[in-house]
Ligand binder design. Structure first.
Ligand code: FNR
Length: 189
């Protein structure tokens, strides 16, 4: 069976470049990668983390739904901008909810891509890797994907779709590496 990828975006903005990376990853996967399906999982319906909302061992419905999707995924693709040198609140909130016992991130492979200013979100990527230590995600190390969204020639069109051919090729390499690593981590199927 095809491996299932849950793709998360740390930006809630309609024209988000990082959401554009997720859309492109889905297209690239459909067009040119066999044995892998990517589903976008929206983090925006999640309430702000508050353990008072956990009642009788149950989470609020949007949290239950989110946790189920993560739990069913073989691996995770994170696309997130950098806010003040770290991951964004919506992404951290999602990670925190799904880390509540039982931690549904545990032992999954993951990859990070990002787009933004100067370093293309690189500093947030390293914070995310650190969070991954505790929640027991296994990130691929290479290739790394950081994209400065504001350099010419334009990397994205007016709707936030990735149009740069070299970046699309690099994104495909990330997906292939994630697929290979996920299969290796899971062992014989
Ligand atoms: C930013 N941005 C930003 N960029 C960066 O390279 N390093 C940073 O530390 C920050 N900090 C930051 C804080 C806050 C609160 C905002 C709103 C923005 C810029 C940000 O990366 C840029 O706007 C991206 O385009 C946002 O990603 P999306 O929404 O296009 O996916």
């Amino acid at each position: 069976p095809a491996i299932k990828v849950a793709a998360l975006c740390g930006s809630l903005r309609k024209g988000s470049y990082n959401r554009g990376l997720v859309r492109s990853a889905i297209d690239i996967c459909k067009e040119s990668i066999q044995g892998m399906d990517i589903e976008y999982v929206d983090v925006s319906p999640l309430p702000m983390i508050n353990t008072d909302l956990e009642v009788g061992g149950r989470f609020p419905p949007p949290v239950e739904e989110f946790r189920a999707k993560i739990s069913l995924a073989d691996c995770i693709l994170f696309a997130s901008p950098e806010y003040n040198y770290s991951v964004t609140p919506p992404l951290k909130n999602a990670i925190d909810w799904a880390s509540r016992a039982p931690n549904v991130w545990a032992n999954k492979a993951a990859a990070i891509v990002s787009s933004g200013g100067g370093f293309g979100g690189g500093r947030a990527q390293y914070h995310l890797r650190q969070i991954g230590v505790f929640v027991d995600l296994h990130f691929i190390n290479k290739p790394e994907f950081f994209l400065n969204a504001f350099q010419q020639p334009a990397k994205f069109d007016g709707e936030g779709n990735l149009i740069d051919p070299a970046a699309r090729e690099k994104l495909k390499e990330v997906l292939l590496a994630l697929q290979e690593f996920t299969l290796r981590l899971q062992g014989p199927r």
